[in-house]
Design a protein around this ligand. Structure first.
Ligand SMILES: NC(=O)c1ccc[n+]([C@@H]2O[C@H](COP(=O)([O-])OP(=O)(O)OC[C@H]3O[C@@H](n4cnc5c(N)ncnc54)[C@H](OP(=O)(O)O)[C@@H]3O)[C@@H](O)[C@H]2O)c1
Length: 298
């Protein structure tokens, strides 16, 4: 499996496993350990979570795994996120809102490390754009977390180029990742300039919901049907599964995307890994780009 160096301290696998839905899978600790071991055997060593996933319980599940199988810690990279105070029976907030102030980010980082029994976070992200962001304060806070050794690398998620630039301009350490939404039916980051900006800054995007949360294969909405038809056609041409073609399409782009598979099934993660051996043609990339009807070539 190809590894991407984010900085001298952290390398991540080109295909990442997402754990957003982990608590829905209702696995025992043993089943979760088996799943993580199977991911590692495929070369997928990087796992994505967030403070709020699973109604604040996902990081606890990871902590149970690392307590029962501490040898796994050195074999994996943990990505987690902060910056959202989510309405929940587990917290006192009466509405969900963002919070990227120093005390929230520092406390959240320390609590995530404690919950996950992991000593250090490999990559710590600000989960969403915060309209109340204080770039100077947050930049200094993220720098201090790296300097203090709580985290090995920092980045953001769902930031447009302007917000990324504003935060980075107040930092000594580099923001190494922007985690963004991209699939054959989602083109927000082509429209807001991120695909160009990230290449300019030599920052890799991690891609969430690469299969549009499964809707690419299940939805009866027109844009999904049109995209699916083209993807199935190309998959047939290569004699591979349609999921593999979607991941090959994401990997083809020079921005060097790191897709995050969200499936609970190892056989589906394998279909994503298989994409590393599929070379689409330039024209096929455009066939999928335009298939849903949302992107037109001028
Ligand atoms: N930064 C952010 O704001 C943000 C937002 C959302 C997600 N994320 C991260 O990105 C990760 C991936 O997102 P995602 O889970 O939405 O990814 P995804 O891979 O697009 O979707 C995964 C879902 O699709 C289903 N699926 C996959 N192939 C299918 C098929 N052929 N037919 C029907 N269903 C299929 C899976 O079900 P099975 O389990 O049955 O295979 C699973 O429920 C998350 O785990 C999380 O770590 C980040």
């Amino acid at each position: 499996m190809e590894k991407i160096n984010l900085n001298p301290q952290v390398s991540v696998s080109r295909i990442v496993q997402g754990l957003w839905r982990l608590t829905d899978w209702n696995w025992t600790v043993t089943q979760t350990i088996e799943f993580i071991e199977q991911c590692i055997a495929l070369g997928v060593t990087t796992f994505d979570t967030a403070e709020i996933y699973g109604n604040y319980a996902c990081e606890d599940r990871i902590g149970e795994v690392l307590k029962a199988a501490p040898h796994l810690r050195d074999q994996i990279e943990i990505v987690t996120k902060t910056g959202i105070n989510m309405f929940s029976d587990k917290r006192a907030y009466t509405m969900s809102h963002y919070d990227t102030r120093k005390h929230k980010v520092v406390l959240s980082c320390q609590e995530s490390i404690k919950r996950m029994n992991c000593d250090v976070i490999d990559l710590f992200l600000i989960h969403r754009e915060d309209p109340l962001i204080d770039h100077q304060q947050l930049g200094k806070t993220l720098d201090e977390l790296v300097d203090a050794g709580w985290v090995k690398a920092v980045g953001v998620s769902n930031f447009d180029p302007m917000k990324f630039d504003a935060l980075q301009s107040h930092m000594r350490h580099r923001l190494v990742v922007n985690q963004i939404d991209w699939s054959p039916v989602c083109f927000e980051h082509f429209q807001n300039g991120n695909m160009d900006y990230l290449q300019k800054m030599n920052v890799v995007p991690m891609i969430w919901s690469p299969l549009a949360g499964g809707r690419l294969f299940t939805s009866s909405e027109e844009k999904y049907i049109k995209a699916r038809k083209k993807i199935d056609e190309i998959a047939h041409r290569y004699g591979v599964d349609s999921e593999t073609i979607v991941f090959a399409w994401l990997l083809y782009h020079p921005v060097k995307a790191l897709p995050i598979s969200g499936s609970s099934k190892i056989k589906r993660l394998k279909l994503a890994v298989d994409a590393l051996n599929v070379a689409l043609t330039h024209q096929e990339w455009y066939e999928i780009y335009t298939a849903s009807g949302q992107q037109r070539l001028r």
